[in-house]
Each structure stands twice: as structure tokens, then as C-alpha cells.
Design a protein around this ligand. Structure first.
Ligand code: XMP
Ligand code: MG
Length: 179
């Protein structure tokens, strides 16, 4: 384990098995349709890459990058688009792919923003959910794991852009983000 980690919450095998299940579930739900997966950069990148390889219906993907206004780790709900989608999603079956839903404010914004672009359908897939922190109700259609309220990194998730490459999801030692 990386020395900055307190404990491993989800190991490689657990993630792999759950991502396979999610891919199979999505494959069943979208029989006969074409999917457009919209990955939210950068955190969802690793998850999306593994997920799409477990989906067996025609699938394209696009990306959006957003940042919340305001300092620190606290989400304010005001979202700025850093990178928009490359193409129109009008008439497409869209699945938003997120790394983690925390307060739900980022997703709430993304859902409203994308609904306005006229997709045929819109669903949400997140690897992780911290339900205890929710401030607004967002309809999560596919959830990998519900986790306790601890700051986690790895498998795409970062602290100050670090640890995204760890193959597992772990709780960061508090002294690392205090220092
Ligand atoms: P909201 O609160 O809008 O925020 O649902 C979701 C975004 O907050 C970030 N976030 C985390 N990032 N470890 C991280 O690396 C965490 O434990 C964590 N909790 C929230 C993340 O960017 C997510 O998209
Ligand atoms: Mg982040």
C-alpha cells in the first residue's frame, strides 16, 4: 500500500468485479440502442475506460470537464465548464459517468445542463456514492459502491492531482491533507 494511505477501502479485485456487473447491467438495459457515455474529467476517466470494455452494445464516449466555483474541497453548486462536449447529444441515449457523488450539487448542474440539450434519455452512473453528504436529490441509476464520509483517492480520484493512478481506492491519511 502507498505510504500516504490509511487503509484500502476497495481493492483491485472488488472494483473489477463491480465494474463488470455494472457493464452487464447497462448492456441488458440498452439492448438495441446506441449509448453515448459522457465521462466527467478527470476523475471518471479510469472508471469509464474499464466500464466501456464491459459493455456489449454500440457505445461512443465524450467528455466534459467542470470545476466548482469557490475554494477548497467544499462544493458550492456553482459550476464552471472547463471543457464542453465535442458534439450535440440531441436524440442520443446519454449516460453521465462520474467518479463520486458527494453533495450531488455538481451532478444536479450537469443533469439540468444536459437535459436542456435534448437527449432521448439521460441516466447517471457513478463509481462511488457518499449518501450521508447529499444536499440535493439526484437520481443515480447505476452506483458502484456506497462509501462512508471519508476522503478517498485512487482509481481516478485525486488529492491535488495526485494518486489518480493507484489501482485501488483508499482513504488518505489525514496528516497528508493537513500538511
Ligand atoms: P459534489 O459535492 O458536487 O461533488 O457531489 C462531487 C465532486 O467532489 C469531489 N469529491 C471527491 N474527490 N475524493 C476525491 O478525490 C473524495 O472523497 C471526494 N468527495 C468529493 C469529486 O471531484 C466529485 O466529482
Ligand atoms: Mg478532484
Amino acid at each position: 500500500m502507498h505510504p500516504h494511505m490509511k487503509e484500502i477501502l476497495l481493492d483491485e479485485q472488488q472494483i473489477k468485479e463491480r465494474v463488470l456487473q455494472l457493464g452487464q447491467q447497462i448492456t441488458r438495459d440498452y439492448q438495441g440502442q446506441n449509448i453515448l457515455m459522457v465521462g466527467i474529467l478527470k476523475g471518471a476517466m479510469i472508471f469509464l475506460a474499464d466500464l466501456v470494455r464491459n459493455i456489449d452494445v454500440p457505445t461512443s464516449f465524450d467528455f466534459m470537464a467542470v470545476s466548482s466555483y469557490g475554494a477548497g474541497a467544499v462544493s458550492s453548486g456553482a459550476v464552471r465548464i472547463l471543457k464542453d462536449l465535442d458534439k450535440s447529444i440531441d436524440g442520443r441515449h446519454v449516460i453521465i459517468v462520474e467518479d463520486i457523488v458527494d453533495t450531488g450539487l455538481t451532478l444536479q448542474y450537469l443533469v439540468e445542463n444536459m437535459k436542456a440539450r435534448g437527449p432521448a434519455s439521460l441516466k447517471i452512473c457513478t463509481l462511488l456514492d457518499k449518501p450521508s453528504r447529499r444536499k440535493v436529490d439526484v437520481p443515480v441509476d447505476y452506483n458502484g459502491f456506497s462509501i462512508p464520509d471519508e476522503f478517498v483517492v485512487g482509481y481516478g480520484l485525486d488529492y491535488n492531482e495526485r494518486y489518480r493512478n493507484l489501482p485501488y481506492i483508499a482513504v488518505l491519511k489525514p496528516e497528508i491533507y493537513r500538511s
